[in-house]
Design a protein around this ligand. Structure first.
Ligand code: ADQ
Length: 490
């Protein structure tokens, strides 16, 4: 935190993201403030709390417009304000085309290898361009100086960096792409590939989670744009502007903030089992995800089923709790995915149920961070089986919650997290047999081995926390700002 504050001393910081960190909802009890389930919000909020500034986001609550803030600007967090939230209101049509359409039916499947075919509609693209323009105008209007530091978050705003640069040529624009970047062939099917790449290259710095995604990006730019690329220095020169492309693996806040449960580890263990009506020595697995087809939830359930098939002694002794926050539910692909997840859980439960025993408990709802931490602490194994994932913060949250140094992380090799967390049990989620074996190994792992693995992963997550993530980016930005100022004087 101190490092961040130091790096940003005197600089104006603006963040742009689609998702807002706080949603004001009109309920029967009046207005309630909710926090969305999102890795991006979890990470960027920690940075904003450290350095204040203004966060520009899409206003998504149902109450805000008329009731909560007529003035679009609210100090947040509500209980102890540390920065300003500036909302941009979108019409139904804009939200449909820009967010659900181009971003989530086009770019999301384009960038993830999950074998869901991207959909590209010209009408969605038009809205995407229009909304990027609206957010760029909001950034320009909010900026009090001509050289602010602007942190642009994610695939919703690929065009915004260039739009902002045209109005504020001295700004430092840092764009962080929270999802994977595919290879040039895959990316090349996007009808607006050149526009997207040129838009992003309005940035001073572009960040990805892993060196592999950075390499894919450099190769994609090389394939489709006339640029000069210095691979060694990882810079791209396009239209007289230099962009640095770097890996910055994202992480979580350490120490955690207020959400850590006041119950001890053993109390969490006992209380969660009691709440689920399970015996005190019952073995428990946990999965926590948005209900998204990239997260490998189907394959995870299949691995649980196969493990029980291979190890009948675990039937009645092991339960897997899947906490799954509904997401993008108005899209067909997500509705049919949720139906498939529910049907599979039902089938597996029918197959193994006995008296009150059900091997899979599916809780398809949002849980607050406090509740998630209780589950993390109660579990013997956490399963992260994404088919493809930029980083995956659930893996790191599980590790952070385990101050008892127990519990096993089973982790997909296709997450950015697998590049760092080598002591997890790494699996290919498409290989059900392998995941089933790893699951059995996890729930029968001797405590000494659990401790050894967990201790080493905890050291890594503690040292490379989200402040480091932001610190690295901002340090690089500060270096480039100095260089640019010197060049301007020459
Ligand atoms: P996501 O795809 O949202 O993030 P992830 O990194 O796992 O994936 O973060 C999910 C966040 O939402 C976590 O903080 C988790 O606790 C929370 N969450 C999940 N399910 C929840 C539930 N049921 N109730 C409440 N909270 C829930 C994107 C990329 C990732 C990348 C992050 C950050 O897809 O690869 O790690 O951004 O860059």
């Amino acid at each position: 935190r101190e490092l961040l504050r130091g790096e940003l001393a005197g600089d104006e910081v603006l963040v742009v993201s689609n998702r807002e960190p706080y949603i004001h909802q009109q309920t029967a009890n009046g207005i309630e403030v909710a926090r969305p389930a999102s890795g991006l919000v979890t990470a960027v909020e920690a940075v904003m709390r450290a350095c204040s500034g203004t966060w520009i986001a899409h206003g998504s609550g149902n109450a805000d417009r008329e009731v909560v803030d007529k003035h679009d600007r609210v100090p947040v967090p509500p209980e102890c304000p540390e920065y300003t939230l500036r909302r941009v209101w979108l019409s139904k049509e804009e939200e449909q085309g820009y967010y659900y359409g181009f971003a989530n039916e086009g770019l999301w499947p384009l960038c993830h290898i999950a074998h869901v075919r991207p959909v590209f509609r010209s009408s969605d693209w038009e809205q995407y361009v229009k909304v990027n323009r609206r957010f760029a105008d909001a950034v320009i209007a909010e900026a009090r100086t001509d050289d602010p530091v602007i942190l642009v978050q994610d695939y919703h705003f690929a065009l915004l960096p260039r739009m902002v640069r045209e109005a504020l040529p001295r700004a430092t624009v840092i764009t962080f792409w929270h999802i994977p970047w595919p290879n040039p062939e895959s990316f090349g099917i996007c009808p607006w590939r050149e526009e997207i790449l040129a838009g992003m290259l309005g940035s001073t710095i572009i960040g990805f989670h892993t060196p592999f995604h950075r390499k894919n990006f450099l190769e994609t730019v090389d394939r489709y744009l006339e640029t000069r690329i210095e691979s060694e220095a990882s810079t791209i020169s396009y239209g007289g502007k230099l962009t640095q492309v770097e890996p910055y693996p994202i992480s979580i806040a350490w120490p955690g903030t207020t959400e850590v449960s006041s119950e001890s580890q053993s109390e969490c263990r006992a209380n969660i089992r009691k709440a689920l009506a399970l015996p005190a020595d019952h073995l428990l697995g946990i999965g926590v995800d948005r209900l998204d087809y990239t997260k490998g939830i189907i394959e995870r359930f299949q691995a649980v089923e196969r493990m029980l098939e291979l190890n009948p002694s675990m039937v009645g002794r092991f339960t897997f709790v899947q906490i799954a926050a509904p997401t993008r539910s108005s899209l067909d692909e997500y509705q049919s995915f949720e139906a498939r997840v529910r049907a599979l859980a039902l089938r597996i439960n029918q197959r193994f149920s006995n008296g009150n025993y059900m091997p899979i408990l599916l809780k398809a709802e949002h849980h607050d961070q406090y509740q998630l931490n209780r589950y993390y602490r109660a579990a013997d194994v956490c399963m992260v089986t994404s088919l493809h994932d930029g980083m995956n913060l659930v893996a790191k949250e599980f590790i952070a919650a385990r101050s008892d140094e127990k519990g096993v992380l089973l982790l997909s090799q296709f997450t950015g997290a697998a590049r760092e967390l080598h002591e997890a049990l790494i699996v290919n989620p498409y290989h059900i047999e392998q995941s089933a074996d790893a699951l059995y190994r996890a729930i029968t792992m001797p405590e000494a081995e659990q401790r050894e693995r967990m201790r080493s992963m905890r050291t890594l997550v503690k040292d490379f926390n989200v402040y480091r993530w932001a610190g690295h980016m901002l340090l690089d930005a500060a270096r480039l700002r100095k260089r640019e100022r010197v060049m301007q004087r020459i």
